[in-house]
Design a protein around this ligand. Structure first.
Ligand SMILES: C[S@@+](CC[C@H](N)C(=O)[O-])C[C@H]1O[C@@H](n2cnc3c(N)ncnc32)[C@H](O)[C@@H]1O
Length: 212
């Protein structure tokens, strides 16, 4: 019997199989980016970034994307994209022109590539819509970025402000979303705070900035 036609036990509250959060959960079945090898973690720490992992929950990922209103002219970038859930979901569920994830852990990058391959094979995602880069976010090109997100909770203030300084020169930027708030910066105005569920706590604050 096709999945959708199977009778559900009464009282079952799980989403229908094609609901966006269920699609994401299926894509990530068996993919776990929390533990990486010591060598891989060392490579991340050498960048002065944190190798500590945490991620947006599927429903929170969709809530964030809905809030960002990504369109064909947007280039969305996740700085430290881990297993790639946010850029892959952006590619599947929004009209974004291009979604890009940048991740320094090679092991996490490979997991993200696996999830993207599943999404492409299941025809959820056109391959060219989502690009996954194995590299240091400090050297990421921002020339075309319009919306940048970072799950920055474990980043140090100097590391985060280094990102902000570079983003301040991004010519097309319209929005910067960060789980850590920025020190006052002449280019960025805090316009909103979202409450989103992340793997380590419920309703964490995501700070939304617009360039002045
Ligand atoms: C908290 S996780 C974010 C996962 C994902 N973005 C999400 O929101 O679900 C932060 C990620 O940043 C990565 N990272 C840390 N320093 C980095 C650097 N210099 N360049 C690229 N990625 C980095 C870590 O390996 C980790 O996977």
């Amino acid at each position: 019997m096709p999945r959708a036609d199977r009778p559900r036990p009464s009282g079952e509250r799980s989403a229908p199989p094609d609901a966006p959060a269920a699609v994401l959960r299926q894509l990530y079945r068996g993919i776990d980016a929390f533990d990486i090898s010591r060598a891989d973690a060392r490579a991340v720490k050498r960048s002065r970034g944190s190798a500590t992992y945490g991620e947006l929950q599927p429903t929170a990922t969709l809530k964030l994307l809905e809030h960002l209103q990504l369109g064909r002219r947007d280039v969305f970038v996740d700085l430290g994209s881990g297993a790639g859930k946010v850029p892959i979901a952006a590619g599947i569920f929004t009209k974004v022109g291009r979604a890009r994830g940048i991740e320094l852990s090679h092991e996490r990058h490979l997991l993200a590539c696996e999830a993207r391959a599943r999404a492409v094979a299941r025809r959820h995602l056109p391959r060219r819509k989502c690009e996954l880069i194995h590299g240091d976010l400090r050297r990421a090109p921002f020339d075309d970025a319009t919306v940048v997100y970072t799950c920055s909770t474990a980043f140090s203030t100097p590391f985060l402000m280094g990102i902000a300084r570079r983003l301040a020169r991004a010519p097309k930027l319209r929005c910067f979303a960060s789980f850590r708030d920025l020190d006052p910066h002449p280019r960025f105005e805090l316009v909103e705070t979202l409450r989103l569920d992340v793997s380590w706590r419920r309703r964490a604050c995501l700070y939304i900035y617009r360039p002045r």
